[in-house]
Design a protein around this ligand. Structure first.
Ligand SMILES: Cc1ncc(COP(=O)(O)O)c(C=O)c1O
Length: 386
């Protein structure tokens, strides 16, 4: 590498290292080729467009009926859509939040009243470690291979008050199996550790549609789950994060919730109910096909490039990781920014050891095929030139 390029790489690397992933996502927000954040930005389907055209009706409904009724219907539609039939909706253990990050902040504040340490899956989206450390919690990395490899080390469980798992994980797409969840829940019950799941990407992978709440309730462990409607449908950031907890969780979650919000707009809840019903009526299967086709398109556009690998071969979530060989992902990212194409370098996902993400890019797939194809062509030319 020549010295000019080396110096630019170092500068970009420093900039990337100093910020967080959301700061990189901000840069992309106004670009037509924003393949950075994992939010849904594809066009509405015909079924979804009909729902959006009915927003004035939903507004009227939200004014006329009680929030409680609409919230119950939205939860029922969403949780059943994704196979979560045993969710504890009947006794007020599902709290509606503006987003999954807000749910996580509430949970983190409640958790910090009883423990100072959490085992967190590694890698994962960096706002999770940022929120947890933001309330003073110390993080212990839980490597994905260890998580999926069988029982967790007893020493690890004895050293923390909670285990936090993102499933399906962002960015890797790995899903905790039913058997894996059952084993982990039993271990958490034995050690009095709060088992916490972030299932924001659940909708994309049917392997994550077994009834998690049945497994959790049966285990007797203390548990918290954060669900998220925000990754599935292109709703311009109108979304709900659901904060769900076991009856025995022993944390002041309801109190912290009330410190922060009264509730989510019933208009948004009614919209989520309608979108979930549309998804149950074939929309979800169509979405799975759409993401699979976008993934195939990206892989085809980048086929034949020397040193380039798709590291998560079987993933079904709405993001794709690309290994860029000997190149620095931060440099490829910077070169793509020059063409107004935005993706994410992966260092920050590796919150404990950022260098493990040095050669990886993450590309969002919840975009139109035209955007994926255009971005892939730029990426191809940058990779050939870097
Ligand atoms: C796994 C995971 N959880 C939570 C969030 C936060 O979502 P939001 O920005 O909608 O709060 C993200 C964002 O991409 C995420 O990937």
């Amino acid at each position: 590498m020549n010295s000019k390029l080396q110096s630019r790489v170092e500068k970009v690397g420093d900039a990337v290292a100093a910020g967080n992933l959301t700061q990189l996502e901000f840069l992309a927000l106004n670009s037509s080729l924003n393949l950075a954040d994992g939010h849904a930005r594809q066009e509405l389907t015909a079924g979804q467009a009909k729902i959006i055209a009915r927003l004035p009706d939903l507004w009227a409904e939200a004014q006329e009926r009680t929030v409680h009724e609409i919230e119950r219907e939205a939860q029922e539609s969403y949780f059943h859509l994704l196979g979560q039939h045993s969710y504890p909706g009947g006794d007020g253990r599902v709290l509606s939040c503006y987003s999954s990050s807000v749910a996580m902040e509430i949970y983190a504040r409640a958790l910090a009243t009883t423990t100072d340490a959490v085992a967190l899956v590694h890698p994962t989206f960096d706002n999770i470690p940022d929120i947890l450390t933001g309330v003073g919690l110390r993080l212990v990395p839980l490597e994905e291979d260890v998580l999926h490899g069988g029982d967790l080390p007893v020493g690890l469980l004895q050293s923390v008050g909670a285990v936090f798992v993102t499933t399906p994980n962002n960015p890797t797409g790995r899903v905790l199996s039913e058997e894996g969840l059952r084993g982990l829940a039993a271990q958490c019950a034995e050690h009095g550790v709060v088992l916490t799941l972030d299932t924001s990407f659940r909708g994309f992978d049917t392997d994550a549609h077994y009834d998690h709440y049945a497994v959790l309730e049966e285990s007797g462990c203390r548990w918290v789950v954060i669900e998220d409607t925000g990754k599935l449908w292109p709703t311009l950031e109108l979304k709900v994060g659901w904060l769900v907890r076991s009856a025995n969780v022993g944390l002041p979650i309801a109190k912290v919730y009330s410190d922060i919000l009264l509730g989510v707009s019933p208009l948004v809840l009614a919209m989520v109910r309608e979108l979930a019903e549309d998804a149950a009526d074939a929309g979800l299967a169509d979405l799975h096909d759409y993401i699979a086709e976008n993934r195939a398109l990206l892989r085809t556009e980048l086929a034949g490039l020397p040193d380039i690998r798709f590291v998560d071969e079987d993933t079904r979530v709405s993001v794709e990781r690309v290994h860029v060989g000997d190149r620095y992902a931060a440099d490829v990212w910077a070169r793509m920014c020059e063409h107004s194409v935005y993706v994410l370098p992966c260092q920050k996902f590796h919150w404990a050891r950022p260098a493990e993400g040095d050669r990886l890019l993450r590309i969002a797939l919840s975009r139109s095929p035209a955007a994926i194809a255009a971005a892939a062509r730029v990426l191809r030319s940058v990779l050939l030139d870097t």
